[in-house]
Design a protein around this ligand. Structure first.
Ligand code: ADP
Ligand code: GLC
Length: 496
């Protein structure tokens, strides 16, 4: 089976969150299952051509952009590390020659994000034709590439190149929808008859997420829990009805994690390594982290937070609870960037309670690994969470997650049951400071008064298998489903 996977970011080249992790590791896992897969993304400035040995292809793509006319771009080619997956980077200085992926210096989305990502969507399809890649499936991700299923159903519907091509669309986040002014219809070039409530229109605007939801042959999101939630108004951000209409074609497939990249037994960022059998190195990591963060090197429970500081992650609830939490004998470290009120607030608390709380405002892969390894607990009180990767990294590093039971968090963290001696973390449901504080207090009690249970939970957490293999197999099933839906005949073995 041949697949083109298109995303706005992918590790190791460019990442702002979990989408980057997934786009950089799922294609590799699919290739290991025998698929021929290519990855397509923009060539932002942060994508270092020399470092990754990218080569410019000897071609210029002509990309029809409706009322903007036909625009041209270049293409770089590389290979995804530790794999044979070819990666194609769409090179357009005006659209992608920027340091930050999505946001301007004031933290607002670039005003031309609509055109930038419609361009990516169309360029990816033109690329297939230019390099002679005939995909069985085009797999688009999030609103940035929502126009791809639409284009396959319109401009390319009669194109022989895509006659047997089905589309799959993955929702990584229902909150970010790519909602733009109606005139975008002219740039999409699909005609105004697509501007109605059963198609691209949402709240009188053109909604690119909805384009993907309406037009793809198969849909999924990144956990079963979140799949159920976003069919309800509370979590659906206005598009729950669209998903309810398509519920037969809509699935939940849990993300995996890159077991090589996040491996406590072989993590180059750590001062000592450790495993479920021998946790002694974790204590070294904890002391190292305390020192690095200017916290006293005491034997005290250490709680970590790594997050984009936005409402999704419940950082407002952490902020509300923080002073009461710091009345416990604990230490906390926080790493993140995001809304300016949160950056300021957490920096101030670091100054006023430096022996208990330290925040680092910024982005650091290295510190993220050290926090996952060095902490005793990881706090993630998300308002909603499609999958969440940090709690999966925490499990793997024996750092017990304390999470709100929503979406992927609920699906992956097994709540502590004291009487049975089971669980891999601590789960609460009400999104309130009180619920958060009570649950932290419970976790602290287990840590202090029932160390055997705490250690048993650590071992159980570290033994969970969230590698990509299982999920990759489910994506292959989803691809077959999409092909059947399109009406493409599969060969006897069910494989194309
Ligand atoms: P989301 O995609 O909603 O941000 P996830 O938990 O799926 O949430 O993924 C977040 C990813 O981004 C993780 O790999 C996490 O380690 C990383 N991350 C987020 N903020 C930072 C930061 N400030 N520094 C380093 N890594 C970060
Ligand atoms: C989104 C979600 C996160 C998920 C990630 C990868 O950013 O917020 O929960 O893990 O995508 O699918």
């Amino acid at each position: 089976m041949r697949v083109m996977y298109v995303a706005a970011e992918a590790v190791p080249y460019a990442k702002t969150g979990g989408l980057g992790d997934v786009a950089g590791s799922l294609p590799r896992a699919l290739a290991e299952e025998g698929l021929e897969i290519i990855l397509v993304m923009p060539r932002y400035y942060v994508v270092d051509r020399a470092r990754y040995g990218l080569k410019a292809l000897p071609l210029v793509l002509s990309v029809p952009m409706g009322s903007l006319g036909v625009l041209s771009c270049g293409v770089y080619e590389g290979t995804l590390p530790k794999s044979e997956v070819k990666v194609y980077f769409i090179e357009h200085e005006h659209f992608y020659g920027r340091e930050s992926l999505y946001l301007n210096e004031w933290g607002q989305g670039y005003l031309d994000n609509d055109v930038r990502y419609v361009f990516l969507s169309r360029a990816a399809l033109e690329l297939c034709k230019a390099i002679g890649f005939v995909p069985d499936v085009v797999h688009a991700n999030d609103w940035h590439t929502g126009a791809i299923p639409l284009f396959l159903n319109t401009h390319y519907y009669h194109d022989p190149h895509f006659q047997n091509t089905a589309s799959v669309f993955t929702i990584h986040n229902m909150q970010y929808q790519g909602n733009f002014y109606p005139g975008l219809i002219e740039i999409l070039g699909v005609g105004w008859h697509h501007f109605h409530m059963h198609d691209l229109m949402h709240e009188e605007q053109v909604n690119l997420l909805k384009a993907g939801l309406v037009h793809a042959h198969a849909l999924n999101t990144v956990s079963r829990g979140y799949a159920r939630e976003i069919m309800l108004p509370h979590y659906g951000y206005g598009l729950d009805g669209v998903l309810r209409e398509r519920f037969r074609d809509f699935f939940g497939i849990l993300n995996g994690i890159d077991h090589e990249e996040w491996n406590p037994e072989r993590d180059p960022y750590l001062p000592a390594t450790f495993s479920a059998q021998d946790l002694s190195g974790k204590a070294v990591c904890k002391r190292f982290l305390q020192k690095k963060m200017n916290l006293p090197q005491r034997d005290v429970p250490l709680i970590g937070v790594i997050a984009r500081l936005v409402d999704q992650k419940g950082v407002d609830v952490i902020a509300e609870a923080l002073f009461r939490l710091l009345d416990f004998d604990i230490q906390m470290v926080l790493l993140g960037t995001g809304e300016s009120w949160a950056e300021t607030f957490f920096t101030q608390v670091s100054l006023s309670r430096p022996h208990r709380f330290q925040a680092r405002i910024g982005y650091s892969e290295e510190l993220a690994h050290q926090i996952e390894a060095g902490c005793d607990f990881f706090l993630m009180p998300s308002r909603f969470e499609p999958c969440g990767l940090n709690q999966l990294y925490s499990l793997r590093y024996g750092t017990l997650p304390i999470v709100r039971g929503t979406g992927g968090l609920k699906d992956t963290v097994e709540n502590c049951q004291e009487e049975k001696g089971t669980g891999t973390g601590f789960v609460f449901y009400d999104l309130t400071a009180d619920a958060l504080i009570n649950t932290v207090a419970w976790a602290l009690r287990i840590y202090r008064e029932k160390p055997e249970l705490y250690q048993a939970m650590q071992k159980r957490a570290m033994q969970q298998d969230y590698s990509w293999r299982r999920s990759a197999k489910k994506y292959i099933k989803l691809y077959r489903y999409a092909l059947r839906k399109k009406g493409v005949k599969l060969s006897r073995q069910g494989r194309k």
